[in-house]
Design a protein around this ligand. Structure first.
Ligand code: SLL
Length: 240
């Protein structure tokens, strides 16, 4: 905290908390059916970031910049109020850069990269009867945010009731989360057993080296044949 004068106190104090805000970012796209004569555009699309749990993002997000492909006029689009999204049309896929700025200017902006997807092999999407949705779940993690930001983060309560669509998304993500945790656990198990295996091999090899050294020092057998047999032994155990 720094004191500016006897009357005003600037609050840049930090609360030792971590606040996590789940978000979704990505794009939807809809096939127009034909290539538009005027500009060759084939799809309508939107790129967005929104809260995963229906929080009011604009309580703590001041603006979001969507950096589009340079073929778009004014390709760095700054959105200063919710919904934080850009709707456009086009003919090609490209990588967008999404930068989130927070209500506390001292909080470093967060950047996401998203591949704006238009094309799909899903027949319903190709026919234009279903929108393509390509979105990702992520979390904004605020480590010791300023008191101001803590207040804003905590009052970003759900501003709209959960819709069926939101509930369906939440269920889908819960399943994905479960599967992902399962995969991570299995991968950890595999790595652990590989480490065990390699540690055992290392131990055997070190023992062999020790034995060779010992025998060399004892020098009780003719070196040529002896070292050859130990060498073969090590090789065999490593291959096993
Ligand atoms: C591609 N590397 O070749 C990409 C570029 C460009 C996207 C995609 C239309 C812009 C406009 C548009 O879709 N640009 O006409 O204003 O696929």
């Amino acid at each position: 905290m720094s004191v500016v004068n006897s009357e005003s106190v600037v609050t840049n104090t930090r609360t030792p908390v971590v606040i996590i805000k789940p978000i979704l970012y990505g794009n939807t796209a809809k096939h127009l059916g034909t290539k538009r004569d005027s500009d060759g555009h084939t799809h309508r699309w939107s790129v967005y970031i929104r809260s995963f749990n229906n929080d009011d993002l604009s309580t703590y997000v001041s603006k979001v910049q969507f950096r589009l492909h340079e073929t778009y006029p004014n390709h760095a689009r700054m959105i200063t109020q919710a919904p934080f999204e850009v709707e456009e049309s086009g003919w090609g896929e490209f990588e967008t850069q999404i930068t989130i700025f927070f209500a506390d200017p001292n909080e470093k902006p967060v950047v996401f990269y998203h591949h704006l997807k238009l094309f799909s092999t899903d027949p319903d999407v190709v026919a234009g009867t279903k929108d393509l949705v390509n979105e990702h779940y992520d979390e904004l993690i605020f480590q010791e945010p300023s008191d101001l930001l803590v207040r804003l983060l905590n009052c970003a309560k759900a501003f709209a009731p959960s819709t069926d669509e939101n509930l369906a998304t939440a269920k889908e993500y819960a399943i994905k989360k479960h599967d992902t945790i399962d995969r991570v656990k299995k991968a950890r198990q595999r790595v652990r057993s590989e480490i065990q295996d390699l540690t055992e091999r290392l131990r055997i090899t070190q023992e062999n080296i020790k034995r060779v050294r010992q025998r060399t020092m004892d020098n009780s057998s003719p070196m040529g044949t002896f070292s050859l047999s130990i060498h073969d032994n090590i090789k065999r155990e490593i291959v096993d």
